[in-house]
Design a protein around this ligand. Structure first.
Ligand SMILES: Cc1cc2nc3c(=O)[nH]c(=O)nc-3n(C[C@H](O)[C@H](O)[C@H](O)COP(=O)(O)O)c2cc1C
Length: 200
């Protein structure tokens, strides 16, 4: 009898160890989701098409405290032997604060059918509205806890390695006048080392 009870407990212990851990919709790894990790060199989209024509979202923050905004200025390349993505964020943007406070940022590309939503995300500020809800986006968090979106078709996760505001004295006259005329805060350049790239 003692033997049977011992066997029963052992079986229960083994079964509970094999149980799949519970994950919520917005946490956990990307393994179960329809994302495939690729190398930065395998990004097929033309950079100018992707950034300037299609537009992207830059996001920073963690679950419960994050923001995103549309960008059409940016660059992808290589620096200090690392693949990098650089974004340019004005101090006028709510997102700027998130870029300053967080070690990571993500850049996401969406199918053309989402263009109207990207226009909304580039018109409205997260200071005034819940933009994720407003655009009907489903946030997923990477293993590092950074936000990407189920509706995106490409997600690039970056670690900030350099950040600096453009020096007004060194700006070309045309750009200096543009900042003065519009009152838009001079942009910060955030260079991010590309840590992960996922595509659908
Ligand atoms: C197509 C498009 C491209 C934009 N590109 C940039 C950009 O590269 N850098 C930037 O600082 N703002 C850019 N903006 C403006 C911001 O997306 C916009 O001000 C946004 O509302 C800021 O949101 P936030 O206050 O929640 O950060 C762009 C807007 C649009 C519509």
């Amino acid at each position: 009898m003692k033997k049977i009870i011992t066997l029963l407990f052992t079986a229960i212990a083994i079964m509970s160890c094999n149980k799949t851990p519970q994950t919520t919709e917005t946490t956990g790894t990307l393994r179960d989701k329809p994302w495939q990790e690729i190398a930065p060199s395998q990004i097929e989209l033309n950079p100018l098409q992707m950034i300037d024509k299609d537009w992207l979202e830059v996001s920073a923050g963690k679950e419960g405290k994050m923001n995103l905004m549309t960008i059409s200025w940016g660059s992808i390349g290589e620096l200090w032997g690392k693949p990098v993505f650089t974004v340019y964020v004005s101090t006028s943007r709510y997102t700027h604060q998130f870029m300053e406070e967080n070690e990571y940022f993500t850049v996401t590309h969406f199918p053309a059918s989402m263009k109207e939503k990207l226009a909304y995300l580039g018109r409205v500020s997260g200071r005034d509205e819940d933009k994720v809800a407003g655009a009907g986006l489903t946030v997923e968090f990477t293993e590092l806890g950074n936000p990407i979106y189920a509706e995106a078709d490409l997600a690039i996760e970056c670690k900030k390695i350099y950040a600096q505001q453009f020096n007004a004295d060194l700006l070309p006259a045309e750009q200096r006048e543009w900042y003065e005329k519009t009152g838009i805060g001079i942009h910060y350049m955030y260079i991010g080392e590309i840590l992960h790239v996922w595509k659908k």
